[in-house]
Write a protein that binds this ligand. Sequence first.
Ligand SMILES: [Zn+2]
Length: 112
Amino acid sequence: MDIDQDTTETVLLPAHRTALRAESLPPHLPVAAIRLHREVRRRMHELELAADHGRDPWLARELRRATAGLRELLAGHLPLHGTRCPLCRTRWGRAAPWPCHVWRTTHDLLDT
Ligand SMILES: [Zn+2]
C-alpha cells in the first residue's frame, strides 16, 4: 500500500498521550531508568525541532510522522502505575521490568 494513502487513525488513548512526560513516570523507578527516559525524550524533542526548522517540507513531514509513530510505540511500553512494561513479557509470562527492550533499543538507535 502507498503510505500516502494510509488513512490509519492513531489509536493512542488520551491517558497515554501524556505518558512520555517526565511527571508521568511512576515513582520508585531506578535512576538509570529515569535517565534513559529523559535521554530518549530529549532526542525525540531534538528531532521534532529539526522537523519544525527543516528547509525540506517533505523531509520535515516524514520526520514528524516517524517521531509521532515512535512516540506512540514508546507510550504503549511505558508503565503508568507500576515499574514494569504493560506489554512486554519475560519468558515466564511475567511483565518485563522497565525499561523494556523497546525503550532500550530506541535509546541505543537514537544514540542518546
Ligand atoms: Zn515493552
